[in-house]
Design a protein around this ligand. Structure first.
Ligand code: AMP
Ligand code: ZN
Length: 114
């Protein structure tokens, strides 16, 4: 998608602080972090949201990348939260599916508010 900001990050066309990258996914720090650790993982191929027909193998790879990112960001043992905002009621603002990985400090049941 030519006007998608996460497609542009995946293509290296706009800068991001890349945490992890392989042939299928890229993980980069959120530009507006809601926690000390706030990293986004996205498939390099464009899918609108988690309900957009992502193949099982890619979905599995996307979510298995969470553990790698948590380790790289130093929150694997302390704990972290994984959020996938989907659609209007969830306030999805970037319509390229992305997994938020949040951590680095204790959270309560209602925070962070994304
Ligand atoms: P969501 O509300 O789930 O769609 O989250 C979109 C996230 O993308 C927000 O947390 C934004 O801060 C983040 N974001 C938007 N543009 C960029 C960017 N260029 N680089 C990194 N993160 C971004
Ligand atoms: Zn995209």
């Amino acid at each position: 998608m030519s006007d998608c900001i996460f497609c542009k990050i995946a293509a290296g066309e706009i800068p991001a602080t890349v945490v992890y990258e392989d042939e299928l996914v890229i993980a980069f720090d959120d530009v507006s972090p809601q926690m000390p650790v706030h990293t986004l993982i996205v498939p390099k191929e464009h899918y609108r949201d988690i309900g957009d027909g992502i193949p099982d193998a890619l979905m599995g790879h996307l979510f298995n990348t969470v553990k790698k990112v948590a380790e790289l960001k130093g929150v694997a043992s302390s704990g972290y939260r994984v959020i996938v905002n989907t659609g209007d009621d969830a306030c999805q603002t970037v319509h390229h599916v992305h997994v938020h990985v949040l951590g680095g400090a204790p959270m309560n049941s209602g925070s962070p508010a994304l």
